[in-house]
Design a protein around this ligand. Structure first.
Ligand code: TYM
Length: 332
């Protein structure tokens, strides 16, 4: 039986963090043996915020290096830059004819961007979910490992798939967001406000490139209080977040010990944060060091990206030929 197809991407807009790891990359690594995987750096998507061309390249190489450092094997997956596949913008253009202004304007991530950068509400931002759909369906993917924040975009991809199939004939399967834990993940920021992010909440986000003392400092500053006064009381959101991070990186028995201490009101948050900081350092340091090594070997990164793009183009060019045929734009 042929393997199920998986696609996912990460924008090259900054340093990767714990949210990217647990929302996306951890799943990539777990999926690489069982699935036919296409993973890419979404460099076109990064253009919506007009990055400095001098910085973009380094960011792309770093995303590739960090993906490899987390355990992706370029022999098993296609790892490439989105802009190396001209079939993606072609399919994006086709899908744009089936995407409506009204539905695009309602997308929460678009509305957020309009609020954040009212001076740069460009058409690329509006059609962001259309390009994302093209990324996914160009390989006819059925599973898309992503964090919770991308769920709605994947739902839109299903809408576009159904519109295309109904109008031109069955070509694309419906893609679904995926996480091995059965629930999509949202890794919260350390200050209790929103999620970890590449560009916002920088001091409350743990990056895979953070040095040990930076990790310790950030965790030390995480918001706590004087502790519960009633046994088994409800946790405030910011305390829940610290427990969630502990669940992600600490051994189960450590997590259980602190949960019990919370429930019987003997918890000391200072100790808990120290423990979490050490477990976090143990988790991040090997990834950071490996990514550093890989970034020092740009030739190797380029080779991996080129080979990844070749594998990905073989699949993308087949799909685009089928789409053109169904749409009647095959003349010769
Ligand atoms: P991006 O670059 O913002 O994030 C990359 C991946 O990391 C996940 N993620 C998180 N997961 C949990 N907690 C967090 N705090 C957190 N922050 C980020 C994201 O959900 C994502 O899986 N639009 C996408 C990139 C993209 C894409 C695609 C993804 C372009 N085309 C096609 C899948 C399929 C984005 O901006 O991800």
């Amino acid at each position: 039986m042929s393997k199920e197809i998986v696609v996912s991407g990460i924008r090259s807009t900054g340093f990767l963090h714990l949210g990217n790891y647990f929302g996306a990359m951890k799943n990539y690594v777990q999926m690489q043996d069982e699935y036919n995987c296409y993973f890419f750096v979404a460099d076109y998507h990064a253009l919506t915020t007009h990055p400095d061309p001098k910085e973009l390249k380094g960011n792309v190489y770093r995303v590739v290096a960090e993906n490899l450092a987390c355990g992706l094997d370029p022999e098993k997956v296609a790892l490439y830059a989105q802009s190396d596949l001209p079939e993606i913008p072609e399919l994006y253009l086709m899908l744009n004819m089936m995407a409506y202004k009204g539905e695009l304007e309602k997308v929460p991530t678009f509305k957020d961007k309009v609020r954040q950068q009212p001076e740069n509400v460009n058409a690329g931002l509006l059609t962001y979910p259309v390009l994302m759909s093209a990324d996914i369906i160009i390989h006819k993917a059925v599973k898309v490992p992503v964090g919770k924040d991308q769920e709605q975009h994947i739902e839109m991809a299903r809408n576009f798939v159904n519109r295309f199939n109904n109008r031109y004939g069955e070509l694309f399967p419906e893609p679904y967001a995926f996480n091995f834990s059965n629930e999509l993940v949202k890794v919260p920021s350390l200050d209790g406000n929103g999620k970890m992010s590449k560009s916002e909440n920088v001091n409350a986000t743990l990056y895979l490139a953070d040095e040990d003392d930076v990790i310790r400092k950030k965790i030390k500053k995480a918001k706590t209080d004087s502790g519960p006064t009633e046994p088994n009381s409800e946790m405030p959101e910011y305390i829940k977040n610290i427990f969630l991070l502990m669940k992600l990186v600490s051994p189960q028995e450590v997590y259980d010990t602190y949960t019990n201490a919370y429930n019987d009101c003997t918890i000391r948050y200072g100790d808990m944060k120290k423990q979490l900081a050490e477990d976090m350092v143990n988790f991040i340091a090997p990834i950071r060091e490996k990514a550093k090594d890989l970034q020092n070997n740009e030739d190797q990164l380029k080779k991996i990206m080129k080979e990844g793009a070749e594998k990905a183009r073989a699949s993308a060019s087949k799909t685009i030929a089928e789409a053109r045929k169904l749409m009647g734009i095959n003349y010769y």
